[in-house]
Design a protein around this ligand. Structure first.
Ligand code: ATP
Ligand code: MG
Length: 656
């Protein structure tokens, strides 16, 4: 039968209670715990419980008095667990006096020690194990000495491991004998909390001994109690009910030790599973956190995964990247500089006084024809080759500042300067001007003649080649002769490259006029005499073979005009056409004629004039005429051409 609080009797009803201490069935604990030798005796005493009635009543009277003091004293009902487990464990519910006998290994505090109204007894402290307080105290020597049925040692173990002292009414195993009163109800555990089922242990059985009890899985079955101490009066405590279980510990706070516990816990687990399974939903478990962003995907440990698992780039990342690359410094607006007065007007050069007739090295006309030259050819050359055009001053050449300077310093001045000393190096007598068509090479040649005050003889390679090689050779020789006859002379040979025709595969054609040319350049036809400058020009420098190229001491790249130069050229050309554009219109034209040569600009203006009406009837050229002309006239030099010029210049030019 399970003791339940209902069985608790108030103390004042105890006297009627009689303890039936006779029992023939030892509790399992007794079976287990009794020393072998003591088993017999213990059975004997237990069976025959021959404690005199007098003794029993003495005992009851003694403890009744003792307990009555307790009950009358005003004190709080202890809270659950208010009493240390030890108190319940060793059952020291009442008397603090130790059981006479060897020092107990477990000094126990008296249950009532320190309570108001209680006598500060000699108990407490090392209160002996005297087993149940009911039996403790200076009781007469127990009838059973030694180990009888679990004498002190047994009692100790028992008491220590278990609150054996409490003998509930209803457990009177001794007929007629009144047991000491049960501890006041206050000492009893409160009723179990709701949720506990009717079955299962509510009590804190000591570890070991008992098989796991079916339970709620919340508490492991308590360990088996050590053998109950026997009443000194011979009363053998019947199998005591286990003390009320301590408050249900949280799973982690079970205090049971040892294998039994482990077994118990294992066993419990099995049952727990059931119980826990039943109550799992209430079990404390951290719920899985939903994905932070509420998606149904489980949040990865690192919290990285979102949605379909792809991470979203932080906004603006792409912009930032493009900003980094695309946001470079905006390119400067390229364009030809606005045509402006910074350029020297053409006239300026023309203002310059013509160079004084050179004295000295260049030449003084000898008046005598050179020997071996065909007279007819000479006359032809004089009449046909001598350029009688207006002088060209440096200012008449738009732009080309650097080139103009180089030419002046490298050619003109040395030619004009008398030799500084005998044997001083001769000034160059040949110069090659190369660059795109219409770039002003001839113009420069003309300028040079002007600057040297020299006769200008102009040859076109193509003209020489046309009548045939022989005829051409004759003419070439006549030209050089004539130049020699008219010192200072500038022999301007344009389209030099026509004289040196080179097949597409780079092999020279049948030396058309190359040989006579080289001979003349070497002074064979009077050339090279003092007072003759040969200016060769070409727009195909690459067609020149090395022999020819090397006959020209100076080689300069004549580039296309830049913006301001273009403006000047346009302005001059338009002026020649009798019209003038506004600065804005001019600026627009300059912008729209990038890559045009001077010659092409002239052509443009001529085209515009044509659009303005027939010659003589034409109106002034308008901007619209120019725009129309642009549709027809365009730059000839391709970027590729321009690149080749640059390359050649690097390789063979004198740069400037
Ligand atoms: N820098 C310039 N300043 C003024 N006029 C120029 C300039 N360049 C070219 N021109 C004009 O363009 C026309 C062609 O010039 P020029 O004959 O000197 O070119 P080129 O280089 O000799 O051409 P080609 O290779 O066909 O002989 C000329 O009427 C000239 O006045
Ligand atoms: Mg020319």
């Amino acid at each position: 039968m399970h003791w339940t609080p209902e069985h608790a009797q108030p103390l004042n009803q105890w006297p009627e209670q009689h303890l039936d201490v006779s029992s023939t069935t030892p509790s399992p604990a007794h079976k287990l715990e009794l020393p072998p030798g003591g088993r017999q005796r213990c059975h004997y005493a237990w069976a025959h419980d021959d404690i005199s009635a007098l003794t029993a009543s003495n005992l009851l009277k003694r403890y009744a008095e003792k307990y009555s003091g307790v009950l009358d004293s005003p004190y709080e009902r202890p809270t659950l667990g208010g009493y240390g487990e030890a108190a319940f464990l060793n059952g020291a519910k009442g008397d603090p006096e130790p059981w006479p006998g060897p020092e107990t290994p477990y000094p126990l505090a008296s249950l009532h020690e320190g309570l108001p109204g209680t006598k500060s007894g000699g108990g407490g402290g090392s209160g002996g194990l005297g087993g149940s307080p009911v039996l403790a105290g200076n009781l007469p020597e127990p009838l059973y000495a030694g180990n009888a049925c679990g004498g002190p040692s047994a009692a100790q173990e028992y008491a220590a491991g278990y609150g054996a002292g409490y003998l509930a009414p209803g457990y009177c195993t001794q007929t007629g004998a009144a047991l000491p009163p049960p501890p006041p109800a206050a000492l009893l555990q409160p009723p179990p909390p709701p949720g506990y089922g009717p079955s299962g242990s509510l009590y804190n059985y000591p570890a070991g001994g008992y098989a796991a009890q079916p339970g709620y899985g919340a508490l492991p079955p308590p360990p088996a109690p050590p053998p109950a101490p026997y009443l000194t009066s011979g009363l053998a405590a019947p199998t005591p009910l286990p003390t009320p279980a301590p408050p249900r510990p949280s799973p982690a706070s079970y205090g049971f030790q040892g294998v039994a516990e482990a077994g118990v816990s294992l066993k419990r687990k099995a049952t727990d599973e059931g119980a826990e399974g039943r109550y799992r939903k209430y079990a404390f478990e951290p719920a899985k956190a939903p994905a932070a962003d509420g998606t149904s995907y489980p949040a990865a440990d690192n919290g990285e995964c979102r949605g379909n698992g792809f991470r979203v780039k932080p906004p603006g990342a792409a912009e930032e990247a493009s900003g980094k690359y695309a946001g470079g410094v905006p390119l400067k607006v390229l364009g030809s500089p606005v045509y402006g007065p910074q350029l020297e007007p053409f006239e300026k050069f023309s203002e310059r006084a013509p160079a004084p007739a050179p004295r000295g090295g260049f030449a003084v006309p000898s008046g005598e024809p050179p020997k071996g030259v065909d007279q007819g050819a000479l006359e032809l050359a004089t009449s046909k080759m001598v350029d009688c055009g207006p002088p060209v001053q440096w200012a008449d050449v738009a732009g080309q500042g650097a080139l103009k300077a180089a030419l002046e310093e490298e050619l003109v001045w040395p030619l004009l300067r008398p030799p500084t000393y005998p044997g001083s190096p001769r000034p160059p007598r040949t110069v090659l001007l190369f660059g795109p068509r219409g770039a002003g090479k001839a113009l420069l040649g003309r300028c040079l003649a002007t600057q040297l005050g020299a006769t200008l003889l102009r040859l076109r390679g193509g003209t020489l080649v046309a009548p045939g090689a022989a005829e051409g050779a004759r003419l070439l020789q006549a030209a050089f002769a004539a130049a020699r006859c008219r010192p200072p002379a500038v022999l301007l040979i344009s389209e030099l490259d026509a004289l040196l025709s080179v097949r597409d595969d780079g092999t020279a054609a049948a030396g058309a006029l190359q040989a006579p040319l080289l001979a003349c350049l070497d002074g064979g036809c009077g050339a090279g005499a003092d007072g003759v400058l040969v200016v060769g020009t070409t727009s195909r420098p690459a067609a020149l073979d090395e022999a020819t190229r090397r006959r020209f001491a100076l080689r300069f790249y004549v580039t296309l005009p830049d913006g301001p130069a273009r403006g000047q050229i346009l302005q001059r050309a338009l002026a020649q056409q009798g019209c003038a554009l506004s600065e804005r219109e001019l600026a627009a034209l300059v912008q729209g004629t990038q890559g045009f040569s001077g010659g092409e600009l002239g052509q443009l203006c001529q085209q515009a004039a044509a659009g303005a009406g027939l010659p003589g009837l034409q109106r002034p050229i308008s901007y619209k005429d120019m725009e129309a002309a642009l549709a027809k006239v365009g730059p000839r030099a391709s970027p590729k051409d321009l690149d080749s010029f640059v390359e050649w210049d690097k390789m063979y030019g004198f740069g400037h």
